[in-house]
Write a protein that binds this ligand. Sequence first.
Ligand SMILES: [Fe+2]
Length: 206
Amino acid sequence: MDYDFDFIKATVQKFQKGKRYSHTLGVAKEAYELGKLFLPEKAKKLYLCGLLHDITKDFKTDKQLLLCKEYGILFDENNVIPKLLHSKTGCEYAKRLFGEEIVDNEIYNAIFYHTTARANMSLFEAIVYLADYIEEGRTFEDCVKLRNYFYENIKNSNSYEEKLGVFIKTMVLSFDYTIKNLIEEEKQIDYDTVCARNYFLTCKTI
Ligand SMILES: [Fe+2]
């Protein structure tokens, strides 16, 4: 499918200013690069998903919660993790905005799980998740460490299988960093993230 990237970018830009939009472009580019390595036939679709993944990120928590109600997204009201809400609302918001021909199930799920990841996630979903973590505009120490780890090891890998092994290890490391930080900050850990770590720790391929 040919996407009208100019139109999509112009629309996304209405929701995002400055740094946020730069991050969006960074994720799209990173997802495209990872796509070229692991899922070349879907590289353009990954670029699109990168453009859309944070569409509701700048909405306030109140608005996120209202959208969850409107969309029938279930969550434990006593256990809201505000930072994660935009992934749960973003997929449905993007679908209503651009239509389900553009935001199909694959893109929908990749947006839905781009913050937490999940067990048994598809390679497409995992690429969007990792692209969000390591895009070139990220300067947070763990992001830089993870980006360097990934590309240093990719450089030394020859076969697709070896590269996929590096990808899987990088996913595990990302969860380690995230979970360690959440513990240090005395914050909740989303159940899907724990399950995702367990999954990637033992999976051989994706
Ligand atoms: Fe993001």
